[in-house]
Design a protein around this ligand. Structure first.
Ligand SMILES: [Zn+2]
Length: 152
């Protein structure tokens, strides 16, 4: 935790002042050009891999990069509301859906119920990708899990 606190203090002292104009402009509004949808994986850093600065990307992240099918009136429409806001309110010009290699979420899709029993919410979330898993398993019945994960 000290690393994060020290990082926040360092950012405030060094980087924030260096980019004061940018952050000043962004303090009143945002006009991102792109909705970036990616996995929650800590190794995926959208601004780093797209060479963008604050204010350019509106970002949605989820385990295994899953976007639930659209359904009106769901109880907790976090992802739907983020897409809706990006498109209808912010008017983004682009939508990028960015997968990545060695995705733990995609790998978990091929684990057994027993292996997932300690992650009930993750397991429930991954159920949204069950049709993808079924299709990949059907297309590649003799593939290893690693090969299936790549296709997922
Ligand atoms: Zn992932």
């Amino acid at each position: 935790m000290d690393k994060l606190n020290d990082g926040a203090i360092s950012f405030r002292k060094k980087d924030f002042d260096k980019h004061k104009g940018l952050f000043g402009d962004l303090s009143n509004s945002q006009k991102p050009h792109t909705l970036f949808i990616g996995c929650s994986d800590s190794r995926l850093v959208p601004s780093l891999i797209t060479s963008t600065i604050p204010g350019e990307l509106f970002i949605i992240r989820s385990v295994a990069n899953i976007i639930p099918p659209y359904k009106k009136g769901v109880n907790y429409p976090a992802i739907s509301s983020a897409i809706e806001y990006a498109v209808l309110s912010l008017g983004v010009e682009n939508i990028i859906v960015c997968g990545h290699s060695n995705c733990g979420g995609c790998a978990a899709l091929y684990k057994t119920e027993e292996e997932m029993k300690n992650l009930p919410h993750t397991n429930l979330w991954l159920e949204l990708s069950r049709p993808v898993k079924n299709k990949v398993t059907q297309m590649l019945p003799k593939a290893t899990n690693a090969e299936r994960e790549w296709m997922t």
